[in-house]
Ligand binder design. Structure first.
Ligand SMILES: [Zn+2]
Length: 267
């Protein structure tokens, strides 16, 4: 394992890039990115893309992708892209499963943005059953070919399963992790138990607060719970996405994170 890297602090006073989702404002992706970029509010935006069969979708067209790329270049912004569905192999062992068909479309649409990572889920319901790992690896072979570089694929821990359920997949393929701290809190597991060992493979951190549900403001997390996590992140140079979906929740989350960083510096 490499030695912890000394990372230069950015304008937020953090070694990591501070990110939001593409739903800070109740509007489409482009107006969200325009506002966030022009206000200098973030270093990264997580593009949440969805596509309902024969229904609404928010996949950007080629012109919008160009505008998003221009904004990124002008404002030193990066993107992470969240794939729409839990990746699953087709019943015939091929790529003809809705999750892979949509993943391919989203990847081909967003490749011109050179995303920092493609975040994806694997359903853990079948873990332990014969063939689960084989099928997961086969599905990922397709996705790796579309993305072009396995390390850009970042599998996310989900609150429903034991965090170790992804280990065999990560042992078999040189993909990365999306480490969702909020999902640990939601399932009552201390993220500090794994954070140090997970960080070297972690390309993206998701963090959010917990109230009656998760993905609420980080301001709801007490400092004694947040500060030890933030302290670990001071040796992390990837993207930290404040994964909330409302304007107020985003700005109070960012303030809570940066206050926690400041307490670490002065405490
Ligand atoms: Zn997440």
């Amino acid at each position: 394992m490499p030695d912890p890297v000394e990372h230069r602090l950015n304008r937020f006073g953090t070694p990591f890039r501070v990110g939001s989702t593409s739903y800070v404002y109740p509007d489409d992706i482009l107006p969200n990115v325009e506002r966030l970029a022009q206000q200098g509010d973030v270093d990264d935006v997580e593009l949440i893309l969805f596509e309902v069969d024969d229904g609404p979708n928010n996949l950007p067209d080629a012109h919008t992708v160009q505008l998003l790329a221009d904004l990124a270049a002008q404002h030193s912004l990066t993107y992470t892209v969240h794939l729409p569905l839990d990746l699953q192999l087709g019943a015939d062992g091929g790529a003809q499963h809705a999750s892979l068909i949509k993943a391919e479309r989203v990847i081909k649409t967003t490749l011109p943005l050179s995303p920092h990572a493609y975040v994806f889920h694997l359903d853990g319901a079948g873990v332990g059953e014969a063939g689960w790992i084989k099928n997961a690896l086969k599905a990922l072979d397709f996705v790796i070919a579309w993305v072009g570089a396995p390390e850009l694929l970042a599998v996310e821990n989900l609150e429903a399963w034991d965090p170790a359920y992804l280990d065999p997949v990560l042992a078999a393929l040189p993909i990365s992790r999306t480490t969702d701290i909020g999902h640990f809190w939601k399932s009552g597991i201390d993220p500090l138990a794994v954070l140090d060992s997970w960080l070297p493979r972690t390309r993206v951190i998701h963090i959010h607060g917990l109230a009656e549900r998760d993905h609420r403001s980080l301001a709801l997390v007490p400092p004694e719970r947040l500060d030890p996590v933030t302290a670990r992140l001071m040796s992390y140079g990837g993207v930290v996405t404040l994964e909330v979906f409302e304007t107020g929740d985003f700005f109070t989350s960012r303030a809570a994170l940066l206050d926690s960083v400041a307490r670490g510096r002065h405490g």
